[in-house]
Design a protein around this ligand. Structure first.
Ligand SMILES: [Zn+2]
Length: 212
């Protein structure tokens, strides 16, 4: 297992890498959550400086692949692709939240997100960008991304998920938090996506406060 932190909120990542090394940590997730602030040339320099660090990235929060307006969908796709273009120089795993149900049903939301993700995958293939798109299970019930939805989506599109345990905890209103719970989640992943999905996991863990 490799451990790291979420960082890179427009801070100096070179300084962060030094801090990681001092703490004997292995990984840094670049938080592009408020926008893809990093330039590709900077990413290349960072990788040269830190070949020992495993980099991943979290795409902007302003993504809704189930938006009503076409322009919002196009912007969401563009943000994921822009994140991928920077990340490819540093690492593989691009985490993102798929979007919100809004007033649509769960089934329609699933279809919209699946179709738009397929287009993103095609676009990345055309651009020859080889990264792992990792849809993340989400904490808010207004957000698409229960564990079941994410595993189903990954199984259809042949993707690997990002499993966020504190989102599972919040979404279940604090019910999911025991050894047995964690085991059953891992078994669930194995059942839906195969044992390879357990060998190559990307996990988020943190403390969290939640409400109804
Ligand atoms: Zn996230």
């Amino acid at each position: 297992m490799k451990f790291g932190v979420a960082g890179g909120r427009e801070e100096d990542e070179f300084r962060e890498v030094r801090l990681l090394r001092n703490l004997n940590l292995d990984a840094l997730e670049l938080e592009f959550v408020r926008g893809v602030y990093m330039k590709e040339d900077y990413a290349k320099e960072l990788k040269k400086f830190a070949p020992d660090i495993i980099f991943s990235a979290h795409a902007p929060h302003y993504i809704n692949l189930n938006a009503n307006e076409k322009i919002k969908i196009e912007n969401s796709k563009r943000r994921i692709i822009k994140s991928a273009k920077v990340l490819r120089h540093l690492g593989k795993n691009l985490v993102f939240h798929c979007g919100y149900y809004l007033k649509k049903g769960k089934k329609e939301t699933f279809e919209n997100i699946k179709n738009n993700l397929e287009e993103i995958i095609n676009e990345l293939n055309i651009l020859n960008i080889n990264i792992n798109l990792r849809p993340e299970n989400t904490g808010k019930i207004s957000q698409f991304g229960s564990l079941e939805e994410i595993l189903e989506l990954c199984s259809i599109l042949n993707l690997l998920p990002c499993i966020d345990f504190h989102h599972l905890y919040a979404r279940s209103l604090g019910k999911i938090n025991s050894y047995e719970d964690f085991c059953s989640i891992l078994l669930n992943i194995e059942e839906k996506l195969g044992s390879e999905a357990l060998k190559d996991m990307h996990i988020h863990i943190s403390g969290v406060e939640y409400g109804k």
